[in-house]
Each structure stands twice: as C-alpha cells, then as structure tokens.
Design a protein around this ligand. Structure first.
Ligand code: SF4
Length: 124
C-alpha cells in the first residue's frame, strides 16, 4: 500500500440511478482492492470540513460520474479541485436508468477497462 499522503483518491457520483450506482460500485471495488481510497463526494458537495480537507490535500484523484451531468466533477470544482482523471460512464456505454440496480457484469467489465487505462490516464 502506498503512503496515505500519496495514495490515489477515488470519488463516485453515487446517485440513485443504475449508472450512478455502477460508478459507486466501481469506486468501492477500487477501494476494497486497495487500488485507491474512496472518499465521500456528498461531504465534498456539502462543504463538510474533514471531507473537503481530504479532497483538497493534493492527492491524485479519479472522479467517476455515471452520466454527462458530472455531479462528482462539479462537487470537486466547488473547491477548485480538478481530478487527474475524470471518467464519464456514458462514454463506456453504461445506460442510466432510474429504479434499476447496476449490472454486476457491467461493473466488472468497466472496472477492468478502467484499471487497464489507469496508468496512461494518470501519467498524462
Ligand atoms: S452524474 Fe448523473 S448519474 Fe451521477 S449522480 Fe449526477 S445525475 Fe446521477
């Protein structure tokens, strides 16, 4: 595990739709597999001090949004934070549906794609 000060942070929009929960599940998987530390985007959007402190710490960030409304990216922008890599799952053919759970196969497929792309994206 990397030093906590350098460890990659991951945020997901974590809303209610299938796409938002796909983003959330991918970020959770990154956290549980020790690829990145997930932090809470709601606290960033809500100006909750400890969570804003984490977001503005200068650690590298991946932000995963479920659709082109880009809620996670906008929450970070409130604090002048730009993620090193911003992912919009609509560009990975993830559909946004209300009242539908995320498809575990799509979560795994997209997770694998993102892990594969990550070194290039984070070095750009
Ligand atoms: S980015 Fe789209 S999917 Fe995610 S919380 Fe916002 S509206 Fe919902």
């Amino acid at each position: 595990m990397k030093d906590c000060q350098d460890k990659l942070l991951v945020y997901a929009c974590s809303g209610c739709s299938s796409a938002a929960q796909t983003a959330n599940n991918i970020a959770l998987k990154m956290d549980r597999e020790d690829v990145a530390e997930m932090s809470c985007i709601a606290g960033v959007g809500g100006d909750v001090k400890p969570l804003v402190k984490t977001a503005t710490s200068g650690r590298p960030i991946i932000a995963i949004d479920g659709c082109p409304l880009h809620c996670a990216k906008h929450c970070l922008a409130r604090h002048d934070v730009s993620p090193e890599w911003h992912v919009d799952l609509s560009t990975y053919a993830i559909k946004k549906q209300k009242g539908v759970d995320p498809d575990p196969e799509e979560v795994d497929r997209t997770y694998t794609l993102l892990i594969r792309e990550m070194p290039k994206q984070m070095n750009d």
